[in-house]
Design a protein around this ligand. Structure first.
Ligand code: GDP
Length: 438
């Protein structure tokens, strides 16, 4: 989906604008339990056009850090978004912080809408007009709280928002899109540098690919791959406060663009909550997943051989990563380059699984056999029956079961397990949904 970002100083009304854009239009707000804390992107809709809205206001810095943090917001937004909404408080006017950001935005070449917020009635419109002198074109007076002007603003945004998302465009034969994810210092940029090496291809030279300067196209294993949002890895936003927020923002927008994620873990450190959270974000996104266990040299070189850590690692994987036991694991070292070549087959396997389609006949034969062997347990003297099933989609494989009653969660997990036993789906999440017929 095309991406719209909202940028601006604290208290200019960014969150109100996000709510207005999403809420009033009954937009689909992703309501996934457990990820709310990190959520910075929302799905929105206007006049049958769907888009992703990025709220950079999830983190409001203290007074000292404002300049830097707003600049960082703008930088991230410029990298990742198709359209930027730059929100200014019309009552306050432009500040020096605003002017600094304006420079960044103007240089970016991305479409920018200057939103003059808190214009609650027509009498205040001259205040908005004063913002012409920022040099970002016509100010759009709105009242995020009352809704005034927001519909007109959205109409104008839709006129410049790319119609086909970058993702859809790339589906026509472009290199497959990989996101390299992981917490700080696990070795993402080392991996990127080793992989990209001298072989880096200039993105703009490739026909039929979007010209996104934050992606790098590299040749690995004789094939081209697009590594998305590498700017986030190369040029890290150096901020104390809010670093987590930006990391989440990067992760979720990179996932938006990617087809498969490589989550890099540092084997010399215990698997942390943050590692698991990143993996869970991949699961939420429905993208294919490969786990790269990096810095393996630290556990295997003769002078550093660490048998105890290796034993712990095995246990941690069993405990913390059991829910992704289907993901290919690559034990590697970005420093020595060892087993880097194993990454490509793992990516290929994961993507193949992600694209897999099982014919309806086969799937129903599978269901019939499964039910004959293990019928659903009786519930209140009744037994929900599975009437029919079909694979509704790929990327990831998504199945729908038509049933006469709700299936127990345990039974649905059992179906998933069986599907994996039979078809593997190595490296891809799978989704099993139900439609209950009364
Ligand atoms: P990033 O924050 O995930 O991009 O991590 P970096 O690539 O910047 O790496 C963080 C630190 O780990 C640097 O000092 C790297 O030299 C080191 N490092 C990265 N990969 C390896 C590896 O495979 N083995 C060892 N021993 N160190 C590594």
């Amino acid at each position: 989906l095309p991406v719209i970002a909202i940028v601006g100083r604290p208290n200019v009304g960014k969150s109100a604008l996000v709510n207005r854009i999403l809420g009033r239009r009954e937009a689909v707000v992703e309501d996934t339990p457990g990820v709310t804390r990190d959520r910075v992107t929302y799905k929105g809709e206007w006049l049958d056009r769907r888009f992703t809205l990025v709220d950079t206001g999830g983190w409001e810095p203290d007074a000292k850090g404002i300049d830097r943090s707003v600049a960082a917001q703008a930088e991230v937004a410029i990298d990742l978004c198709d359209v930027v909404l730059f929100v200014v408080d019309a009552k306050v006017g432009a500040t020096s912080t605003d002017e600094h950001v304006v420079k960044l935005l103007r240089r970016s070449g991305k479409p920018v809408f200057l939103v003059a917020n808190k214009v609650d009635d027509a009498r205040q419109e001259p205040e908005a007009a004063a913002l012409w002198n920022l040099g970002l074109g016509e100010p759009h007076p709105v009242s995020a709280i009352h809704g005034r002007g927001v519909a007109d603003l959205l109409d104008e945004i839709m006129a410049v928002l790319p119609d086909v998302s970058a993702v859809a465009k790339n589906e026509i034969g472009g290199p497959r899109r990989v996101a390299i994810l992981g917490r700080p210092n696990v070795g993402k940029s080392s991996l990127l540098n080793k992989a990209a090496g001298e072989e880096r291809v200039v993105v703009n030279d490739l026909a039929g690919t979007t010209r996104d300067p934050v992606d790098e196209v590299v040749e690995l294993g004789g094939k081209l791959w697009r590594l998305v949002d590498t700017a986030g890895i190369r040029r890290r936003v150096h901020l104390q406060q809010g670093a987590d927020f930006y990391a989440s923002l990067r992760t979720s927008t990179a996932l938006e663009k990617a087809e498969v994620a490589v989550v890099v873990l540092d084997v010399s450190q215990p698997i942390s909550e943050q590692d698991v959270r990143i993996i869970d974000m991949v699961l939420e996104s429905g993208r294919a997943l490969v786990l790269a266990f990096n810095k393996w040299d630290l556990l295997t070189s003769p002078e550093l051989e660490d048998k105890e850590r290796r034993r712990y690692l095995e246990r941690e994987i069993e405990q913390d990563l059991a829910h992704v036991s289907w993901a290919p694991r690559v034990n590697m070292s970005a420093r020595t380059g060892r087993h880097l070549d194993k990454l490509v087959p793992a990516l290929q396997t994961a993507l193949e699984s992600w694209d897999t389609r099982i014919p309806t006949g086969k799937f129903n034969a599978f269901l019939a056999e499964l039910v004959a062997e293990h019928p659903h347990p009786l519930r209140g003297g009744k037994q929900p029956r599975i009437l029919f099933g079909t694979q509704a989609g790929t990327r990831p494989p998504t199945f729908v079961l038509f049933t006469t009653g709700f299936l127990d969660p345990g039974y649905r997990r059992f179906i998933q397990r069986r599907l994996r036993e039979l078809y593997g789906f190595e490296g891809s999440p799978i989704v099993v949904n139900m439609r209950v017929r009364e």
